[in-house]
Design a protein around this ligand. Structure first.
Ligand code: PMP
Length: 306
């Protein structure tokens, strides 16, 4: 993190190094915070940075803040505008990842959501590839369970819930895997630690429904649209059993950071023929074209930093 860059903090854009909170902050102590993650893609031909679907990201962000009983004086438009101003200040000329956070800002002891001040912060970092999206990942089915909607809702990026993702991820990595899939309380596959999951089974693209304790992913939504519109595929949102991930033809993960990540093994069982499958390959290429502004039809998703 470059301390000389800037952050949005307590209503203003200030030097990153000055954007500091107290160790007593409620959100830090109790996880009463929610975050987002938006990518900016640098278009070298146009010498311009484009944010991918920021309004959709901020809509989900504000939904999560509502779950946490925050009433932020913001709209997806106002948050997008602040992000554009922030990125302009530091004149970014490369791919970036933008991290908005809303948090219960008052210091003090006492777990609750009400009668606490809410704040929003935003910062950006330089960001390239995340994880193995070239040669295929080996994933495990985690022994942890996904947080349930009646425990901590997974449909928004609530900070406290990411202790669940962290437990899952570290066990997977320390056991020699690249990533993990996690089952929900019903034993259905929900998602990865920071990615949604898709499988191709008998030629049909299948992904868990939003009521199987998943994050309502923006990349997931993008992939569903691309598969329907560009590949003319049927996309089915239904629960996925653990063993279906062993038997499907193709398996991949999607996320803002991970983009489209190919999975070629699940718990030592090869997926399909163990290579990048044709549907994953086409969706990955389409996704890359869309975020880099190469498909005019979808350019309304790309918001220029100007
Ligand atoms: N699931 C979880 C748990 C995540 O943290 C993320 C990353 N935001 C995703 C899925 C993918 O969501 P998106 O495509 O909106 O980045």
């Amino acid at each position: 993190m470059d301390q000389n860059q800037h952050a949005y903090f307590e209503g203003k854009i200030i030097p990153f190094r000055d954007a500091k909170i107290s160790i007593g902050t409620h959100g830090l102590n109790y996880g009463t915070a929610a975050f987002g993650g938006v990518r900016g893609y640098w278009n070298d031909a146009q010498k311009k940075l484009y944010l991918f679907r920021p309004y959709d990201h901020y809509k989900r962000f504000l939904n999560a803040s509502k779950i946490l009983l925050m009433s932020l004086p913001h709209t997806p438009e106002s948050l997008t505008n602040i992000t554009l101003d922030l990125l302009k200040v530091d004149n970014w000329q490369q791919d970036v990842y933008v991290r908005p956070l809303c948090y219960k800002a008052d210091p003090g002891i006492g777990v609750r959501l009400h009668d606490l001040r809410d704040e929003v912060s935003i910062f950006a970092i330089a960001f390239g590839a995340y994880g193995k999206n070239e040669d295929g990942a080996h994933v495990t089915i985690s022994s942890w369970r996904r947080v349930d909607d009646n425990v901590i809702p997974a449909r928004g990026k609530i900070s406290g819930a990411y202790a669940n993702s962290a437990l899952i991820k570290t066990d997977a990595i320390r056991s020699g895997f690249d990533e993990a899939l996690v089952l929900d309380h019903n034993g259905h596959v929900s998602e990865g630690t920071a990615m949604n999951v898709f499988m191709v089974r008998d030629g049909v693209l299948i992904t868990p429904p939003v009521y199987d304790n998943i994050l309502e992913g923006i990349t997931r939504r993008t992939i569903i649209e691309l598969a329907k519109n560009e590949l003319g595929m049927d996309v089915v949102e239904r629960s996925i059993d653990r063993t279906e991930t062993f038997l499907c033809e193709e398996l991949f993960l999607t996320g803002t950071a991970a983009q489209v990540m190919v999975v070629n093994k699940v718990d030592h069982r090869q997926v399909g023929d163990g290579k990048l499958g044709p549907i994953t390959a086409r969706l990955r290429d389409l996704f890359n074209d869309v975020v880099h502004g190469k498909m005019e039809k979808y350019n309304h998703w790309n918001v220029p930093v100007e």
